[in-house]
Write a protein that binds this ligand. Structure first.
Ligand code: C2E
Ligand code: CA
Ligand code: CA
Ligand code: CA
Length: 278
């Protein structure tokens, strides 16, 4: 990383990576980051209407020694272009399983579920099912407490492949959530073919209704809620920042929420103290 006039560069600026060599530098840095233990998981709670925390989403963070915190929105897409995402994804799953095992020791935390984001490339890696079952066995995790979040881009290659792989993983007892649904190119009808347990309403829709007004796009949210109910899938709305949004979601039939209104993603110690003060 460049140093300006002797003063340290505190925050990472993607502009720094506009050049091809810098992009290469970032790829190298990602490879080193796993070994150097620079990644960490943050946890953001999902709450019921009554305010009970039932799950947390695990969100990766990268603390680079020179560049500072780097957003996953920036480095995950880059990692997805190579097999780096398989190594990162495995690390994330292993950390989540370890966390579930630790929480088993603590009565108040023992029932929490963890949702983990899974990249398409990771999902389709040939030994993914075996890797998953090995982790569950190694950490003695109840698979019903682990939810794999997939985006609709998983069906872009082959719907039958996606269904087959999901069924293999469901046979292990794992849950599935459809992340960011309605923002990509797939049609609502895919949901009838794919064995999802849960649908997440994307923050893109929630954000548009900051003041609780129904925008035109809210009809899409209501359609998603209707379809999820028809197929017996749970619903979670993400990016809930205001009480007005929470009320609108409740009125539309979504009773589970994730967002800054309740808590930001936090390091595990911060999450645990937030949780214990409730
Ligand atoms: P996502 O899966 O859609 O995660 C939700 C994002 O929304 C997270 O951003 C979270 O911090 C943010 N968020 C939550 N509540 C609010 C809110 O009320 N307002 C606003 N404005 N934002 C909110 P984050 O942590 O930066 O992650 C960005 C994306 O990076 C994730 O989007 C996911 O696609 C990806 N990602 C994160 N961790 C992992 C991982 O471990 N593996 C993979 N493959 N992807 C990951
Ligand atoms: Ca997610
Ligand atoms: Ca999402
Ligand atoms: Ca998203």
């Amino acid at each position: 990383a460049k140093q300006a006039g002797g003063s340290e560069v505190r925050f990472f600026d993607p502009q720094m990576l506009a050049e091809v060599e810098q992009r290469f530098e970032l790829e190298q840095a990602i490879s080193r980051a796993l070994v150097a233990d620079e990644f960490m998981l943050f946890y953001q709670p999902q709450l019921t209407e009554a305010g009970q925390v039932i799950a947390v989403e695990a969100l990766i963070r990268w603390r680079h020694p020179q560049w500072g915190m780097i957003s996953p929105a920036y480095f995950i897409p880059l990692a997805e272009e190579s097999s780096q995402i398989e190594a990162i994804g495995h690390w994330v799953l292993q950390q989540a399983c370890l966390q579930l095992q630790r929480w088993q020791q603590q009565p108040r935390l023992a029932d929490l579920c963890i949702s983990v984001n899974i990249s398409v490339r990771q999902f389709y890696q040939p030994d993914f099912v075996r890797l998953m079952s090995d982790l569950l066995a190694r950490y003695q995790v109840d698979p019903a407490q682990l939810t794999l979040e997939l985006t609709e881009s998983l069906v872009l290659t082959d719907l039958d492949d996606a269904v087959h792989r999901m069924q293999q993983l469901k046979a292990l007892g794992l849950r599935f959530a459809m992340d960011d649904f309605g923002t990509g190119y797939s049609s609502l009808s895919y949901l009838s073919r794919l064995p999802f347990d849960e649908v997440k309403i994307d923050q893109h829709f929630v954000r548009q209704s900051e003041d609780g007004e129904k925008t035109r796009d809210w009809a899409i949210v209501e359609a998603i809620i209707g379809i999820a109910n028809t197929f017996g899938m749970a619903l979670v709305a993400e990016g809930v920042e205001t009480e007005a949004q929470r009320q609108l979601l409740l009125a539309s039939g979504c009773y589970c929420f994730q967002g800054y209104l309740f808590a930001k993603p936090q390091a595990v110690a911060d999450f645990e103290s937030w949780f214990s003060q409730r």
